[in-house]
Design a protein around this ligand. Structure first.
Ligand code: G1P
Length: 298
């Protein structure tokens, strides 16, 4: 069993998805750029990655996703107008989000072949080093951020780390689900860490090995790319990251981490609505007004 602890410098964000669950809003706007309160979903994800010490973000994009690259670049005319009007606060907020020189790469997944295929598209940019994956329709509201929590565990145990959250049994078929190791086999839970003996993508209802769903935050060793190269299609006819990870488990250690925080699936109508309400309620500048507005509706 190999256990490697190299520094995690790069993060892969697969942003090629079509956002079909929130159409027609995503017909011309990438779902990752839909607003939650007053900034795009992707802004929260980039913040989480940077807070965790990520130095380079690799976006795996698709057709009609150019706006994502533009979001992290200057908007000269807009910035000039804001400056002329003395709107320095919002200018500072926008400037803080800009890509630092060389911080971001963009590569395309030209066919929707699944999450495993999307991650594989980043192989040459990531190279032979451990890396993070953040699914960009999942905002985790936590302090510290979910990826930082995973990296803290990784720095102690190395190998591969999978972020999980407990979901109702009736929901497990929508996710990758981890199979916790038996306590007799080192699988006892240590705080938020859970030893693993397997995982399965979208198990049919009633067959899930646990209710611990893979929620969209990973730290992976680069050997996953070799396995993704010949990974055959799995659940939904797609090349699944979960299937390649399950194969990598025969050689490398995997640890599940049930991070502290609230997970919002923003790729879903109600999840997106809930994220907007929850995050507005927590904002010092908007919380009271948001509460009053919600209470009035109820
Ligand atoms: C993907 C992963 C799955 C994970 C889920 C989290 O599935 O394949 O393992 O549980 O994201 O949102 P998708 O939602 O893209 O079908």
């Amino acid at each position: 069993m190999t256990t490697t602890i190299g520094r995690v410098r790069k993060a892969v964000l697969p942003v090629a998805g079509l956002g079909t669950r929130v159409l027609p809003g995503t017909k011309t706007t990438p779902k990752e750029l839909l607003n939650v309160v007053d900034r795009p979903i992707l802004s929260y994800i980039a913040e989480e990655a940077r807070e965790a010490g990520i130095e380079h973000i690799v976006f795996v994009t698709g057709r009609s996703k150019q706006a994502i690259e533009d979001y992290f670049d200057h908007q000269i005319e807009l910035e000039a107008q804001l400056a002329a009007k003395g709107k320095t606060d919002i200018l500072a907020t926008m400037n803080a989000e800009l890509a630092r020189p060389g911080e971001m790469s963009f590569t395309r997944q030209m066919q929707p072949k699944g999450l495993g295929h999307a991650v594989w598209c980043a192989r040459d940019i990531v190279g032979p080093e451990p890396f993070a994956v953040l699914l960009p329709d999942v905002i985790v509201d936590s302090q510290p951020g979910a990826l930082k929590q995973l990296i803290d565990v990784y720095n102690e145990v190395g190998g591969n780390i999978i972020g999980v959250e407990a979901v109702p049994d009736s929901e497990t078929h929508k996710y990758g689900v981890v199979d916790p190791a038996d306590p007799s086999d080192g699988g006892e839970r240590q705080g938020r860490r859970i030893g693993m003996k397997g995982m399965v993508e979208k198990p049919p209802q009633g067959t899930a090995p646990s209710n611990l769903a893979i929620s969209g935050r990973y730290i992976l060793q680069p050997e996953i790319f070799d396995l993704l190269t010949d990974q055959t299609a799995g659940a939904g006819g797609e090349i699944q990251l979960t299937d390649a990870m399950a194969r990598l488990m025969t050689d490398q250690s995997f640890t599940a981490v049930e991070y502290a925080g609230v997970t919002h699936d923003c790729g879903d109508k109600i999840g997106l609505l809930r994220a907007n309400v929850a995050l507005a309620l927590k904002r010092p500048d908007l919380g009271a007004a948001a509460r009053a507005a919600v209470e009035k509706l109820l």
